[in-house]
Write a protein that binds this ligand. Structure first.
Ligand code: SAM
Length: 436
């Protein structure tokens, strides 16, 4: 398929929200074919550029097609004839033009022509949604959380995320791995807060690195590392990662436990746990017990009630803190989906809390930026179980875990990370101690 048409089809598919764009791209380029790496990269870059600035491309498209200023409704727009084609032409980045021109000179000329026509369109006044690249409902919520920092936040959400690594404490020490990566010519730096973190620019191929092959490093955003630090898992304990997914945080907890004790990894989607045994083996962990559960009240969890030292609830959430990597999420979610998620988060947190032993720790975390999924869920839990669970100020547990400058990542006692302030994805986490 011609590159422009392919990118437009992938945009249309992405906006059906059945599969994320990275999976759609991988599918599109699977198997033997003649598409070279530069053109693959160009199609991917155009798709992400389209998703990052959809309100702008939509406003220009409607202007160029003489349709006035119809509001952006992605479910309707994606099936409008020519809409995805126009958005892709407008969004096609300059840096991706040579690859397009090589494959299809007339397509590159079409893009140039369409973009020149768009430059003659003046959107006045520029609506906030166009300026910030975010849907209106999300702007309203973020503005009430960060006020005038909204421009800086929106800009940070549009920048590519760096590649953060976690050094596996079972296999190596951070200074040695840093030196090894730097000796391999990589601009590796220690992360500012997480004691095991290393930061690299995006898109460094890791698979060829010896440190990766021997399990000395894992890919993990610094924010996720800090959540594991807040759990504070120790040698010999029994710990549960209640929403373990692919097990990124499970592996960090296992390293903190130095592969002793017992580490449960629960999830309701069994296939998400499939890769965990192999990942754990590579990381040198033998005490991880993955267990698919039917739902948060699965009766097989009853025998663990009141017995677990530390429980992490890395809850299913809107993922709006990860827009740098997943810009499609801002078009997938609405106030209604967020409200449904908040109700699910409450149920999971209440069920997971029942597993914590007296004196044990419970941590609730999300990668959302929204108060509804964060403070509101935590506050409702604290109010409901005030007799049983006491909220901890995150600063002390983070300092115990040797996190640098914990005060700068804690807001109102919660771990709160913002892409524009901390350079991480957006994260939120709260810890409680069960009364003894
Ligand atoms: C934010 S993701 C977890 C990411 C993972 N902890 C990591 O660090 O890679 C949330 C996970 O919760 C799982 N989940 C959804 N509903 C659940 C429930 N009722 N009980 C337990 N897990 C659930 C989802 O399948 C998803 O894998």
């Amino acid at each position: 398929m011609a590159p422009l048409a392919l990118a437009a089809r992938l945009l249309q598919e992405t906006l059906r929200f059945q599969q994320p764009p990275d999976a759609l791209l991988a599918d599109a380029f699977r198997g033997p074919q003649r598409v070279g790496p530069r053109l693959r990269q160009a199609v991917g870059d155009a798709l992400y550029a389209a998703l990052r600035d959809l309100p702008r491309w939509h406003a220009l498209t409607t202007a160029l097609q003489g349709q006035g200023s119809a509001p952006l409704d992605v479910a309707r727009c994606r099936i409008q004839p020519g809409w995805c084609d126009s958005v892709i032409r407008l969004a096609w980045p300059d840096a991706a033009l040579p690859a397009l021109a090589e494959a299809d000179a007339s397509a590159a000329a079409e893009v140039g022509d369409w973009q020149a026509r768009a430059r003659a369109v003046h959107l006045t006044p520029v609506p906030d949604t166009v300026r910030l690249g975010l849907p209106d409902w999300l702007i309203e919520r973020l503005r009430s959380a960060v006020g005038p920092e909204i421009d800086a936040l929106a800009a940070a959400l549009r920048r590519p995320a760096p590649l953060d690594l976690r050094v596996n404490a079972l296999r190596a020490k951070r200074p040695a791995v840093l030196a090894e990566l730097q000796a391999a010519g990589l601009p590796a730096e220690a992360t500012p807060h997480a004691p095991w973190g290393i930061r690299l620019p995006a898109r460094v191929p890791l698979q060829g690195l010896e440190a990766y092959a021997r399990g000395a490093i894992e890919v993990q955003d610094e924010g996720s590392q800090l959540i594991a630090a807040l759990v504070g898992a120790r040698r010999g304990e029994t710990v549960a990662d209640f929403c373990a997914g692919g097990g990124g945080k499970t592996l960090a907890l296992g390293a903190d436990m130095r592969d002793t004790g017992r580490l449960y990894a629960f999830d309701t989607v069994a296939r998400r746990l499939d890769a965990l045994p192999a990942r754990a083996r590579r990381a040198g962990l033998t005490q991880v017990h993955p267990m698919a559960i039917a739902h948060e009240r699965d009766e097989r969890l009853q025998r663990l009630a009141g017995k677990i030292d530390r429980v992490l609830v890395d809850a299913p959430c809107s993922g709006l803190g990860t827009l740098r990597r997943h810009p499609e999420l801002m078009w997938r979610h609405t106030p209604a989906t967020v409200a449904e998620l908040a109700a699910l988060q409450q149920r999971i947190l209440a069920a997971a809390a029942a597993l914590v032993r007296p004196g044990g720790r419970l941590v609730y975390a999300t990668c959302s930026l929204l108060v509804e999924e964060n403070e509101a869920v935590a506050d409702a839990f604290t109010t409901a179980l005030r007799g049983d669970f006491v909220r901890l100020d995150a600063q002390a547990p983070l300092a115990d875990a040797r996190v640098d400058d914990p005060a700068s990542v804690v807001e109102d006692g919660a771990l709160r990370l913002w892409p524009h302030r901390h350079g991480t994805d957006g994260f939120f986490a709260v810890a409680w101690q069960r009364r003894g």
